[in-house]
Design a protein around this ligand. Structure first.
Ligand SMILES: NC(=O)c1ccc[n+]([C@@H]2O[C@H](COP(=O)([O-])OP(=O)(O)OC[C@H]3O[C@@H](n4cnc5c(N)ncnc54)[C@H](O)[C@@H]3O)[C@@H](O)[C@H]2O)c1
Length: 367
């Protein structure tokens, strides 16, 4: 490959760091400052809002994105008051009260899974563009109907798929698009493990890798899954095999018999006589010749030029949603993409229960 994709690895971009000597990319940039100023509302002030999304908002504001937080809603007064004080915005006890006095340009739905559809529906009914945390819903048909309703109303609905924006995966995608695999993807292989006992293995964790699978390989046509349960009857491990509409095939092993502070995931994408590996969302390796070297990238850690909120993909996801609201970029990870990932979970559950292969279209699992 002659032209390596320029993907910033969670640090300031090359132009800022080397040409402008602005290593944190904080000096004003004309192109960004000319963008339309937008108001964002935050619904749900819990862990992911405070640890990931608010730092991502701050990072974007720091680099000059015209963006204000116009309100935060959470039924828990300590959470909403502390967050509103830190952000200097108004606090509300519910999405209904927040969307009364002022309509934001974008609502971030960061509430627990069970309330995603109700809260997002409220915003979409008011014509407010919405970015919803994953999974779009634990219920495939609720997710599909939400995505369809938003589409019919012409209101932007995006689903969080932050790994798509995380540099190692973003680089892998650019390499695939640039032809580094010497053919369209023929084979997808992945493993995902975790150890948190309270996170649902499929909706809570594996959904990220299922979304990546669909992103790299396109829609699945058929899926078969086998599983073993924990002593308490909950899913412990599953092996999922797929045939994609393109004719390619894939396999994914997922398990909560692993650990949470130890290696989590590995994704491999094969073309023809070339393959890519993304190891633990940290390192991207391209193997494309028998006797030449592998080409690999990983960030230097610790590195004061690296930003966790960028490396995790939250900054890129939010920036894309804002630009989609402005109409200057297509949305990457739409509501339909979020519903498709949940459709793969529904197919996995059905296949485990019936011990049979699931035809995605025949079972109505293609949004
Ligand atoms: N993208 C990722 O990698 C990632 C990581 C963690 C969590 N998540 C997702 O983010 C969502 C939130 O997770 P969390 O860990 O922050 O949960 P959390 O329980 O810490 O926070 C949720 C907050 O939402 C509030 N809330 C509940 N119902 C509400 C409603 N109707 N309106 C407004 N606020 C409401 C709660 O009071 C709480 O403060 C979940 O869907 C989760 O799956 C995604």
């Amino acid at each position: 490959m002659d032209n390596w994709p320029k993907v910033n690895f969670g640090n300031a971009g090359f132009e800022a760091a080397f040409e402008r000597r602005d290593v944190y990319a904080v000096s004003s940039q004309d192109a960004r400052s000319r963008k339309r100023r937008l108001k964002v509302a935050i619904i749900g002030a819990g862990g992911v809002a405070r640890a990931k999304w608010i730092p991502a908002i701050r990072r974007l504001q720091t680099v000059g994105e015209p963006l204000d937080v116009c309100g935060i809603a959470d039924p828990r007064s300590e959470a909403r008051d502390a967050t509103a004080a830190a952000l200097g915005c108004a606090a509300y006890d519910a999405v209904e009260t927040l969307l009364g006095p002022t309509l934001p340009d974008l609502a971030l739905v960061l509430t627990p899974d069970a309330s995603h559809v109700t809260v997002a529906r409220h915003a979409i009914d008011r014509g407010v563009a919405t970015l919803v945390e994953k999974p779009l819903s634990a219920d495939y048909f609720a997710a599909r109907d939400l995505a369809r309703a938003a589409h019919q109303k012409g209101v932007l609905l995006a689903t969080v798929a932050n790994k798509r924006f995380s540099p190692p995966y973003a680089l892998a995608k650019k390499l695939v698009e640039a032809g580094a695999l010497k053919a369209s993807p023929t084979l997808f292989s992945a493993k995902f493990t975790l150890g948190y006992p309270y996170v649902d293995l499929l909706e809570g964790g594996t959904v990220h890798v299922l979304d990546l699978m669909a992103w790299f390989m396109g829609p699945a046509a058929k899926l078969h899954a086998r599983a073993v349960n924990r002593p308490d009857g909950k899913l412990e491990s599953a092996v999922i095999s797929t045939t994609f509409a393109s004719g390619a095939i894939g396999s994914l092993v997922t398990s909560c018999a692993g650990l949470s502070f130890k290696p989590w995931e590995r994704v491999e994408i094969f073309g023809r006589n070339a393959f890519l590996v993304v190891e633990d969302q940290l390192e991207t390796v391209l193997f494309d010749e028998e006797t030449g070297p592998a080409k690999s990238w990983r960030p230097a850690i610790p590195n004061t030029l690296m930003f966790d909120e960028e490396f995790g993909g939250y900054v890129g996801q939010l920036e894309n949603a804002l630009d989609a609201v402005r109409g200057v970029a297509p949305v990457n990870s739409s509501g339909l993409d979020g519903a498709a990932a949940v459709g793969l979970i529904e197919a996995t559950r059905r296949s485990i229960t019936a011990n049979t292969e699931i035809d995605m279209a025949r079972e109505g699992l293609v949004p």
